[in-house]
Design a protein around this ligand. Structure first.
Ligand code: PRE
Length: 365
């Protein structure tokens, strides 16, 4: 092919943009039609469909890996598709999403990664408030952190899951990069570092090596840490959105001790997503007390069925006169498929307390 001039290339880009825009508008009109179909079918809730969204994103990534795919990465393609769907859904029924605030937290980044930009967000102060907000209908969905690859589980979230009527309808995996943010311009001028306890846990080695003399003050969130650093001085450990929001300098980047540092977040709401073929089921159960091998008995059906148990966490049962534990179990599969259903029935039969927390699509991006 003869080499294009810059002007020719721009003419091509303009022509492609015309086509892209026409197609996006056509897609948005079909989404409006989808909303009318759902209403005719008597659908009274919101129009968000987590399983369909996962399918659309997986198709986009598969197309990108095919013959006509590239040069953008699968993740970039999926994120673009994410935003198109988010905008289409906002025409159907705008969503309100509550998350663990304030603004600038990793939970906000997780909420936007999962739902895209075209949602109304409500930053709230505590995990319990997010559960209440969704239960009361003030928000359609909530986003809560559940586990970090270095810092471990978020106990408030596990405890709230035991008693809520809400369902887990999705998960988000967010690679977490911590930065040291400050109004100052050098590490030497920082007297106090503010951070959430999990962020301190995830940057401990770096802080010990580089900021051994600075005070460490625990605050309720990374967003709060950034706000304090912007008002009082010192430095905050937080993400880039917080640096932008509070106009702070980045004194050091990627200070997490483990470069694979990832936080998993849950989407909580009132719907049960349908099976997609790549799903996760979460349950909580207690074993019968005083029975030798009770936990083994509880888990045996999973092993017998060769089901992939991806997670197990325990939390003490509060107020129990003898030691007793809730076991939070995740496995690959959907509660509606025959194999998972049979296993769930057996686990339920072996448990003193049993509750399915949700079956939902495995995180796509
Ligand atoms: O397929 C649907 O049910 C739609 O509402 C369309 C659509 C989309 O834009 O593709 C939009 C929102 C839903 O969450 C899922 C998909």
């Amino acid at each position: 092919m003869p080499e294009l001039t810059l002007q020719d290339a721009r003419v091509k880009i303009d022509a492609l943009d015309d086509q892209i825009q026409r197609l996006i508008s056509a897609r948005a009109r079909v989404a409006q039609e989808v909303a009318r179909i759902k209403q005719r079918q008597g659908d009274t809730g919101d129009h968000y469909r987590p399983s369909r969204e996962a399918e659309v994103l997986r198709r986009a990534m598969a197309r990108n890996s095919g013959a006509d795919g590239g040069p953008l990465t699968d993740e970039v393609i999926a994120r673009l598709m994410r935003e198109i769907m988010s905008a289409c859904l906002s025409l159907e029924s705008p969503l309100t999403v509550a998350y663990l605030g304030p603004e600038g937290t990793y939970t906000q980044a997780a909420a936007l990664k999962h739902f895209g930009d075209s949602v109304t967000v409500r930053p709230l102060g505590a995990v319990d408030e997010i559960f209440r907000d969704v239960e009361s209908g003030a928000a359609d969905y909530g986003v809560v952190p559940v586990e970090n690859s270095i810092g471990g589980v978020v106990t408030h979230t596990l405890d709230a899951l035991v008693h809520t009527k809400l369902r887990i309808c999705g998960e988000v995996m967010l690679p977490v990069h911590h930065h040291l943010l400050s109004r100052e311009t050098s590490l030497a001028s920082v007297g106090t570092v503010y951070a959430h306890p999990q962020s301190f846990a995830q940057t401990r080695k770096w802080l010990d090596a580089r900021m051994g003399k600075a005070e460490r003050e625990v605050v309720s969130s990374n967003g709060e840490a950034a706000r304090i650093a912007s008002e009082k001085g010192g430095a905050a450990i937080a993400g880039l959105p917080a640096a932008r929001l509070y106009g702070l300098n980045i004194l050091a980047s990627n200070i997490e001790d483990d470069p694979g540092n990832t936080t998993r977040f849950l989407i909580i709401g009132k719907q049960d997503p349908s099976a997609t073929g790549e799903d996760v089921t979460s349950l909580v159960a207690t074993a019968h007390r005083n029975q030798p091998g009770a936990l083994f008995t509880l888990l045996k059906p999973l092993a017998d069925a060769q089901i992939d148990m991806t997670r197990i966490e325990s939390r003490p049962v509060r107020g129990s006169p003898v030691p007793d534990f809730y076991f939070f179990i995740d496995f690959g599969g959907h509660a509606s498929d025959a194999k998972s259903r049979a296993v769930l029935d057996q686990v339920r039969a072996n448990a003193a307390f049993f509750k399915i927390l949700g079956s939902y699509p495995k995180a796509v991006i």
